[in-house]
Structure formats: C-alpha cells, structure tokens
Design a protein around this ligand. Sequence first.
Ligand code: DHB
Length: 510
Amino acid sequence: MRNIITLTLAIVAIGCSWAAPKTSNQLRFDPTKSESRTMTMPDGSTVNYIAYERLYYVTNIEDSMFQYLNVYVPENATSKSPILLRTYVGGYMASRAGQPQAGDASGRALKEGLVVVIPGTRGRNSNIHIPKNDKKSGLKKGQVIYTGRAPNAILDLKAAIRYIRYFDRELPGDAEKIITDGTSAGGAMSALLGTTGNNSAYEPLLDAMGAAPVRDNIFAAVCYCPIIDLEHADMAYEWLYNCTDSRQQGDFEILAISDQLKAQYPTYLESMNLHAADGTLLTSENYLNYIKSEIIRSAQLAKNAGAEIPDSIGFKFSDDSGFGAPPINGGVNSPAGKAPLGRQRPASMQRGSKTVGDYIVNLDMTRYLNYVVSTQPLKTAPAFDTQGVAGQKASGENELFGDSSGSSVNFTEFGANTAGTELTDVVRHNVALMNPMNYIDDGASTVAEHWYIRHGARDRDTAFTVPINLALKLQNNGKNVNFLLAWNRPHSGDYALDELFEWIKKITSD
Ligand code: DHB
C-alpha cells in the first residue's frame, strides 16, 4: 500500500511534461548502447545485468517523456528466456520507464533469469505544452495537450509489446513468452494486454502512432487487483457494499444512489452467463454465496499456513468433535495421561481461542464486508463515475475518459443520466477499448493462455465481483487461470513472489 502511495506521488510529480512531439522514420535498437549493472537483492545476493534504455517504441512520438521502454537482461539470459513486462501504471496516470526494483517482481525476475522490460506510458495527467504556433495543425504556442487520455496508455503498452517482437532477434528473450505484470490500473493494463492481442479495434490507432507492424499478443498476464469493467464497476460496488453500515447508516442521498445502482447489477451479471468450475450457472441468487466460498477458500488456505482467523469478523468454524480420526482400539493403547491422538485438541482449538475447529464452515458476509470497510472507508457512490452525481467532483476515471483538452466526462449511462450530461459515441468507444471483458470471447483477439489474478480479500477499491468475473470468464473460455482473493491483503500488488515465480516457472517450462 505504501508503495502505491509513494509511486502515485512520484507519478503526480512527473505528470506534466514539456516534451515536444518528435517523429523518426523508423524504430531503432542499437545493441552497442548498453550498460553493465549489478543489483543487490533483499537477501544480499547480487545479479549482474545489461541495461538498454530509452528505446522509443513508436515513430510518431507525441510525448517523449513517456513513450519509450527500458530492457534489462540478466547475464544468464538466452534468446529462449521468458520476458517479464512490468508496467508501473497506477491511478491511470502517466508512468515513466523505470529501472528494476530489487523488492518487486522486476528485480525478482532478473534474479530468476527473465529478461525485464519496463515501458513508460502516457496517462490521464501527462501533457505537453506547444512550443510555437503550428499552422498545419492549428495548435497554438503555449497550448496544453493532454496526451494520455483513454485509450492511449494501452496503445503505448501494445506498441511496447510490438517493439519487443519486432526486435526479437536482436534482443535476448523470447517474444512468444511475454508475461505482463501490473497492479490496480496497471493490473487493468495487464488484463487488456492479455485479452486484446492482435484485435483490429486498436489497429488504426497503433498505425497512426507508428507502432511496429507485428503482432501484439502475449503469453501470460499477471493482474493484481485490476480496476476494470469501469462501465459496470459502480453497480457491482453497490450490489456488494449496499448492506454495510457505512451505506445504511451514512448519507441519505448516497444511499439512494447506492440503492439504484445495486438494482442494476443482476441484469448485467446474468447477461454474462458465467459458470463456476463445477458447472453451476452463477445468478444474482447464488453469486454472493460464490463470493463467500472464495473468501472462505482464501481464509482456509491462510489458516492452514498458520494464520489466526478470528470469528469476530464473521467466520464460523467446525465443531472440534467431528473432525478427529477415530481413536485406535478405542483409545486403549494411547500413552498414559494423554487423550488418543484423534481426540487431542490442536492449539488453535484450546479454550479461550476464537479460532476453534480445523475448518471454516461458514461466513456471515454482512459482518465480513463491514470488517473490510472498517479497515478502509468505502468509496463514495458512485464509486467511479462520480462527476456531477449528487454534486460530486470528477474522479480519476472521469479524467481518464476526458479528451486532450483536459476535460473530465461521465462514462456510464447512470452517471450521464444522473448528472444530466451526454454519453457521446467517442466516449462509449473509448470505454469499450479500455475494458478487457469485451475481448475474451469476441473471436477477434488472441487471448493469453495463462492468467495469474490476485485481489486482496480486504481490498475495497473495486468490488470482489470485478476480478472474480474476469477470472471466471477467462476460465469459461478455456484459459489457464490461477485466481485467489489473497487473504487479508489490502489494495496492493507484487506479493507472494515465491508463489508467483513458481507459477511462472511452471507455465514457461510446460
Ligand atoms: C487505482 C485505484 C483506484 O481506486 C482506482 O479507482 C483507479 C486506479 C490504482 O491504484 O491504480
């Protein structure tokens, strides 16, 4: 969490650029322009690697502060090594091409022998100041152009993928083994890269930027708490959190908005025709139970690994008596003074402990959701498309869908209707280009085969339904999905790196 805040502050500080547009006649990679470096890992070990930096991935560079990538090659890498593309997009803001970090997946990837790519991307806050009057375009000296409004960040990332593939022979690493990784808005970018491979909807935009004329599909996507499905995220949020004290005992006007949005979710959910792994069709009747089972699965895994799971947040545990193995010989051979093995009470079941029983058997969802909200207050309602709704200000997402003049706009039917604004076709189109849910089964994309999706079990930045729906839709379409609501994690990413890199090893060695 602290990392996200630090990162966000850093991004805000560099959001404003004065970099003039540039064009070049071709994409370039010069292998002689490199530098040898060493990184010290958290355990004190070191990794030697070669850095290739400032590689512009388009020929029509609108914003030279952001539209390039850096490549880092560990000394043992070959042309067959997988490539980790780590995006540091956060809050849908601009993100500069950084260097690998010892404490996150980028540093760990180097240590594991993967080639690491860190692209910069334009974002909702990046802008350029026009240095002189330009008769051709009509742009005036001093005019400010916002360069990263939707869908430009995903276009930049797709151009970065194309650049890597275009120079696959010259660069170490295998362009057919690209794994993307991002958190939150970056998780959304990773999900978009995974779902929109080679989709023609982006083609004219990429052409205009001068992206390499090659494929942009990827091998695998790692998505931590992806903030996606923005046009349905408000209704999902209220469907889940309307029951909490925060909404029920909060502002009356906000509760009225929450009630309306909540009522819209079942139709959307059921339109997706999602199925659980056992084949059960998910409906608005059984979906809360499905979420409950995912939270119980998460807590049980943590409990098995030794975590204390308190009953005060809504969990019910198995009765200890039913779960012991039957005593051998009715207990006759048990050591003197001790209960037979099957009857012993594990430490977690001892008197006074709240975490009795080996198994979690139930969860009071309202209580649990109130717990989540107690760790971080809910967003307002609507959670995303706030602008002009009950007099509220623009959110980051309202800015994201604004245009290059720096405007902010509503992007949902509900937001526009309530605020009394118009949802234009341009905005609708951009909203569609930013939603990975649209491309999983549209038959026009090369969707990544492998998915690692995590969302904290107490992350309230978007509803649990959002990453769950992504995972289910991918799974229902035959993809290899590793999904978990990570126990007690807030809104954060790049955790459990041992587990992540085990997964990466498995999918890349199959
Ligand atoms: C991020 C978090 C949000 O709550 C949101 O609405 C958009 C982006 C982020 O951390 O990237």
